[in-house]
Write a protein that binds this ligand. Structure first.
Ligand code: NAD
Ligand code: AKB
Length: 314
């Protein structure tokens, strides 16, 4: 990143934002990273603005105030919460994105990162090694908004020259901040309950494989993509990336290697149907070739690190 860059992180108090702000501040200096959210600041080690992405004028003011040159737009409503209030999810995920893309193009922001999700795929997509380009047909309003968002990113790149970059994140596993209303949240909750209660009731069925990733890999992927040479990036909608693929039974077995008395049982709810519509694993060769993506954490390393760090927190 150049010396005069200022980065704005939208939705900075969430599961990803909390760790992304820490990583960006460590790398580029606290004062160069402006965190923002609709809620009060989660971190106090750098500039922060309360900002609702639905308010385009307020977003424009913040971009101008700090002479923002890069934006990471993370504010969204995730899959499970979105199914409870589809219109709100559509408005926040779609109008919010359009506000940020338009303000960025108008004000000459140099680069924008916006995450998509494995939720762009649906029950007609191939389940194993889901290709970059294939049937999508998402079932959830969250997935529909992510797929439309990908096309808007590509559209702003093509018509306005906006340097937009995006990753289809899988379910993310982390300890610094709780997940925010997704279907893959079980893979974080299980660690907290294993350490607190010695047991966990999963809302996803025993054998359901889903693509997942440990947060350090996701943060590294995000910053690497933002630092990649623009002319190497063949995809301006969103890149598949892949790391782990496991089921509740498989992660429970990995936890039992450390906590032999841990038990899991199952009471599936509406989130099981969402999980069933998503891939089990993704084919990610475009990301590997274009910007050198490679995961570092396998399931055993993820589980070991999560148990150590969740243990310290509770
Ligand atoms: P999160 O729910 O933990 O955080 C989202 C943040 O956005 C929250 O702090 C919330 O207060 C804020 N927010 C909500 N509405 C807002 C508004 N109108 N204006 C400003 N801020 C608002 O979500 P996350 O897990 O950190 O996800 C960040 C992004 O990554 C989202 O786009 C999400 O779809 C995507 N993603 C996440 C995962 C995952 O597993 N965490 C996987 C795939 C994609
Ligand atoms: C969710 O479950 O909604 C998110 C995602 C995979 O996009 N974690």
């Amino acid at each position: 990143m150049g010396t005069r860059e200022t980065v704005l992180v939208l939705g900075a108090n969430g599961q990803i934002g909390t760790e992304l702000v820490t990583a960006l501040r460590a790398k580029y200096g606290n004062e160069n990273i402006v965190a923002s959210d609709i809620r009060e600041a989660a971190q106090s080690d750098g500039p922060f603005e309360i900002l609702d992405i639905m308010n385009a004028a307020a977003a424009t003011e913040v971009i101008k105030k700090y002479n923002v040159t890069q934006i990471y737009h993370l504010a969204a409503i995730l899959s499970a919460t979105g199914e409870k209030n589809p219109r709100l999810a559509w408005q926040v995920n779609m109008d919010g994105l359009l506000n940020i893309l338009e303000a960025s193009a108008e004000l000459g922001v140099k680069k924008v990162f916006w995450p998509s999700s494995i939720a762009v795929f649906g029950k007609n997509s191939p389940k194993r090694l889901t290709p970059q380009y294939t049937i999508t047909d998402p079932d959830t309003i969250y997935g529909i908004s992510k797929l439309a968002g990908e096309r808007w990113c590509q559209y702003y790149y093509r018509t306005r020259g906006l340097d937009v970059r995006s990753i289809r994140y899988p379910g993310l596993i982390s300890y610094a901040s709780k997940p925010g209303g997704g279907t893959t949240d079980y893979a974080v909750e299980i660690f907290h309950e294993a350490l607190k209660q010695g047991k966990y009731t999963s809302f996803i069925k025993e054998s359901q494989l889903l693509p997942m990733m440990y947060m350090p890999d996701a943060i590294r992927a995000t910053i690497d993509l933002m630092e990649a040479d623009a002319d190497k990036l063949r995809i301006r909608s969103s890149y598949n990336i892949h790391s782990l693929s496991f089921s509740p039974a498989m992660i429970a077995a990995a936890i039992q290697m450390h906590l032999p008395d841990f038990t899991i049982d199952y009471a599936v709810d509406f989130r099981q149907k969402i999980a069933e519509s998503w891939p089990a694993s993704l084919e990610d060769s475009y990301a590997r070739v274009d910007w050198g993506w490679k995961p570092l954490y396998d399931l055993a390393a993820t589980v070991k690190d999560m148990l150590e760090n969740v243990g310290k927190k509770i």
